[in-house]
Design a binder for this molecule. Sequence first.
Ligand SMILES: Cc1ncc(COP(=O)(O)O)c(CNCCCC(=O)O)c1O
Length: 456
Amino acid sequence: MLRFPLKGSLMVEMYRLPQEIKLTGEFPGPSSRALAHRRSQAVPASVASGLPVYAADADGGVIIDVDGNSLADLGAGIAVTTVGASAPKVVQAVQESVTHFTHTCFMVTPYEGYIAVSEKLNELIPGRFEKRSVLFNSGAEAVENAVKIARAATGRNAVVVFDHAYHGRTNLTMALTAKVAPYKKGFGPFAPEIYRAPMSYPYRDDQSMDGKEAAQRTINMIEKQIGSEYVAAILIEPIQGEGGFIVPADGFLPTLVAWAREKGIVFIADEVQTGFCRTGKWFASEYEGVEPDLVTTAKGIAGGMPLSAVTGRAELFDKVQPGGLGGTYGGNPVSCAAALAAIETMQDLDLNARALHIEKLVTAALAPLVDELDIVGDFRGRGAMLALEFVADSISKAPHPTAAKDIAAYCQQRGVLILTCGTYGNIIRLLPPLTISDELLKQSMNILIEGIRSVS
Ligand SMILES: Cc1ncc(COP(=O)(O)O)c(CNCCCC(=O)O)c1O
């Protein structure tokens, strides 16, 4: 059994599976190919998958496919399995909970787990004010409901979102999302009263513009093209995920929050991808002391079980009529048990410190490439949410999506699962489970660097 450094360097036995890259032969192997054939007869191509292989097991930083290949997982199911895909406490909590009841519907017969998760969220999410939480199933559902709450609380309709934003695939969240393909193409018309404002994108902004000036640019657009008195909410990811791991310049978020408070606009932080230790703090809003009025969470919240939430000012929720929020499965009891266990695991293992350790290790490996290779335009991110932006050259900064795609394919063929993203598709992003071992992460970085050099 491999060991995992705990805080205070206490070593514990952490892994159920060998934390290794091992390719057993063809990739994809025969069992994956057989599944791919069955899939082609049962599932439409509109549901796409990154990997050509099928999962059989997963633990810590590895995924084992149906042909026995052991892959290093640098995607965590898109920032979900922060504690690993079969964290011991999560598995135990799910097994114990599900034997009592799978579902009663909290709107019919409530149960303690929903309250306990809400209490934990109200405690952990930044904000020196009385809070409430409502639980749902997906990130998009949480975002939809955060907008409902803001509109009900303010009596206003307009919602301001940002260039490069991603908020989901439902009708409203598609309207909130920036990138048209693959998320929005052919699915209109979209919800009205959604306005897109300029984002602080330090790598691509005028280098002389700081965060406060970028925020003023956004405020000017709101005041000139919408009118602050019509705006119910400003909705933003503290670090933009699908849009390209864009960390706004310091001062951008606090300046927007202060202005929104003055204008009675609800400030919503979408922490679906940045939450739960992913960036080295419980929530990325904390980096600049931002206390959002509402926060949406999902992904890492429950160790892989489907759960999402809206958490925020009690006074905003109190303006929504009784019965105005809900849904059949929202806050499923088994998912609530998983969430409490996942959060306990994050605390036990001090995964915020782990995320910062990962940031240090990966930065040492990848940051030098920006100066060394002309196609590596930028290295950025926080904690274990890190990215490389690829460009044709450092002068034009023309996006180079082919490089990102080819590098991800190079890594995949050598047993390392890596995700791309970005408005221009030219981003390699790193989202490893925070329980990945140093050894496996270093081995993965070496393969990634080989892949980058192979296209340079
Ligand atoms: C910030 C932020 N808000 C909201 C969402 C939506 O969360 P759901 O649980 O996928 O609905 C996301 C989901 N991001 C991954 C989407 C992957 C894909 O669908 O191709 C996010 O990152």
